[in-house]
Design a protein around this ligand. Structure first.
Ligand code: SRM
Ligand code: SF4
Length: 571
């Protein structure tokens, strides 16, 4: 190994706990039995993440409980593993019932990475949760922690053959990069421990201390960049010939998180490594992961992701090492073009004659609201639907594979339960927020609870400025970690403190440009005033068809971020 490329210094504490965890087992089993606390203790607090769970408490009631000298009301959030976001109606009914019976919020939350989360599961119910998921063919392995996360795949099933092939690769990549430890099966499913034979490597790809940091992978089918590839460490862009998948362009080193005030952290677009034919896919996936495993920064977790490793060692050095490890040569990238992101709502007909209905789910929160029983509606659809569901990376859901004869019934159920509404504006469909309060421990400002009202106001502003049918990709995240992908938005709001946001402007429709800081620490009224002024200017001065994000750059309102770090921070 090339030692000079390894960051020297005292290892981050997470490295110790992974090394001492006995391949992610820790003492979780013992901890589960401890009913003196609703939480997990010492290292297990972190280790449960690699099993797809985060310990949380409701921040709305935290202070009150503290006053009453009670420990926080600990519970876990579970995030399922769902490569490509595909889930069957039977599985849906299983998770729907679990959400009713055992989660304190009673919701299913669709995420920005094509899966769902349960919030508010109490310690005594955690094992049952995993066993329930297992009984319907689901798990939550490696959806969090320093591992390769849920693998995304373009979710629109219209081009079904190509999509089917790409989706199969997403599954294969997910399986290939999954931890091989049997810790999950032993702890949650009561399976026996099987001792390894001498010389056998437990984790041939991830290694005994796993990755330096979280790692994210996608398979994407141009022209739709619906999964926002530049948010991800490793991306396979599908290249087809006559509708058949023949290979992938590989892009490495995307990521959106940063820390306010720390210029050593930044969002970064992925770099193009070149084209590979299909048979090299798994070898290249493993080579990128093992290169990042060996060269990633294990001293400072804030600089540990692949994007920082690339910038530190050099793109060519990283790329050549991947080629060496995979035993391949990257060919020149094949041409492709992304034209849009987001989901195409309503019915579309696939090439197999089946129909697909994409439903807009605000904030991805499927809950029975008083006027809109969304969760019940989805369950009723699952009871009659013969195809499958596809969760999108924009927190929406596709009812896929509907026969002509079943269309009317599905549509009626969706309408009756508020899941399909012809009056939802383009602006609302182009807006997204992360979870933030009350469950996210890292939230600095509201996001999910702020978005609906913000969009109401932006709709009014756009209508006033003669832009009622137009939309701006608007995203809110409650902190600079960027879970709602504000760092790939035309208007990105990043939480700074209660009611205060940093406002970024200027991503493009294809999602290939990071936006630039426009104003710091803006309050909610100022945000509306700025959007009013800038959208009025856009309406008056834009070129035909010019998107808002392109306009703000051409008009000199913000400068373009071309080379991530320098342009991102320079005035
Ligand atoms: Fe995220 C942490 C929610 C997508 C970057 N993210 C968290 C945690 C688990 C907070 C924590 O560590 O305790 C949040 C739980 C909130 C809650 O109560 O549910 C959380 N992230 C989410 C979700 C649910 C947002 C949503 O509204 O849909 C998304 C779940 C995805 C999934 O199913 O796996 C989610 N997170 C993202 C994305 C977007 C993406 O991947 O497309 C990003 C930015 C892309 C990237 O990774 O650069 C993202 N989340 C982070 C980070 C910053 C990572 C970093 O590089 O520093 C953290 C904090 C951390 O890891 O230390 C974080
Ligand atoms: Fe929480 Fe921040 Fe992620 Fe929002 S962006 S879910 S506030 S970690």
């Amino acid at each position: 190994m090339t030692n000079e490329l390894i960051v020297k210094g005292k290892l981050a504490d997470n490295e110790r706990l992974k090394a001492e965890s006995d391949y992610l087992r820790g003492t979780i089993t013992e901890d589960l039995k401890d009913r003196m606390t609703g939480g997990f203790t010492s290292d297990n607090f972190q280790l449960i993440r690699t099993h797809g769970m985060y310990q949380q408490d409701d921040r709305d009631i935290r202070a009150e409980r503290q006053k009453q000298k009670l420990e926080p009301l600990h519970n876990v959030m579970l995030r399922a593993r769902l490569p490509g976001g595909v889930i069957t109606p039977k599985q849906w009914l299983g998770i729907d019932k679990f959400a009713d019976d055992y989660t304190s919020y009673g919701s299913i939350r669709l995420t920005t990475r094509q899966t769902f989360q349960f919030h508010g599961v109490l310690k005594p119910d955690i094992k049952l949760m995993h066993q329930t998921l297992n009984s319907i063919g689901l798990d939550s392995i490696a959806t969090a922690g320093d591992v390769n996360r849920n693998v995304l795949c373009t979710s629109n099933p219209v081009e079904s053959e190509l999509h089917q092939e790409a989706y199969q690769w997403a599954i294969k990549i997910s399986e290939h990069l999954l931890p091989k430890t049997r810790a999950y099966a032993e702890i949650w499913l009561d399976e026996e421990r099987v001792e390894t034979t001498e010389g056998e490597e437990v984790e041939p790809i991830l290694g005994s201390t796993y990755l330096p940091r979280k790692f994210k992978t996608t398979v994407v089918i141009p022209p739709n960049n619906d999964i926002d590839l530049h948010a991800n460490d490793l991306n396979f862009v599908a290249i087809s010939d006559n509708g058949k998948l023949i290979g992938f362009n590989v892009l490495v080193g995307g990521g959106l998180a940063m820390t306010h005030g720390d210029k050593a952290t930044y969002p970064r677009c992925a770099d193009d490594f070149g084209y590979i034919s299909l048979e090299h896919t798994l070898a290249v996936a493993a080579a990128v992961v093992t290169t990042q495993r060996d060269w990633g920064n294990r001293v400072n977790r804030k600089n540990a992701k692949t994007k920082y490793t690339l910038d530190r060692v050099g793109i060519d050095t990283f790329k050549n090492e991947v080629a060496r490890r995979a035993g391949i040569k990257f060919e020149e990238s094949r041409p492709y073009k992304f034209t849009h992101r987001g989901d195409s709502f309503g019915w579309v007909e696939g090439i197999d004659g089946k129909h697909h209905l994409t439903l807009f789910v605000e904030n991805g929160r499927l809950l029975d609201y008083q006027d809109k029983p969304l969760k019940t509606g989805m369950a009723k659809i699952a009871q009659v639907h013969q195809g499958d569901f596809r969760l999108t990376a924009n927190q929406n859901i596709i009812i896929a594979g509907v026969a002509e004869a079943d269309k009317a019934q599905i549509e009626q159920l969706a309408r009756e339960h508020g899941l399909l509404n012809d009056t939802t504006s383009n602006q609302r469909k182009s807006s997204m927020a992360c979870v933030a309060f009350p469950t996210c421990p890292l939230a600095m400002a509201e996001a999910e609870r702020y978005l609906p009202k913000l969009v109401d106001d932006v709709e009014t502003i756009l209508a006033k400025n003669g832009l009622a049918d137009e939309s701006i990709i608007l995203r809110v995240t409650g902190c600079p970690n960027g879970c709602g992908r504000a760092m790939l938005a035309e208007i990105g709001l990043v939480g700074k403190g209660p009611g205060k946001y940093n406002m970024y402007l200027g991503s493009d429709l294809a999602g290939s440009r990071v936006p630039k800081l426009y104003q710091e620490n803006v309050g909610e009224q100022d945000i509306l005033d700025i959007i009013d002024t800038l959208s009025a200017q856009w309406a008056k001065e834009r070129n035909a068809g010019e998107a808002f994000g392109d306009f703000v750059i051409r008009a000199g309102i913000v400068s373009e971020v071309k080379i991530s770090v320098k342009d991102f921070y320079d005035d």
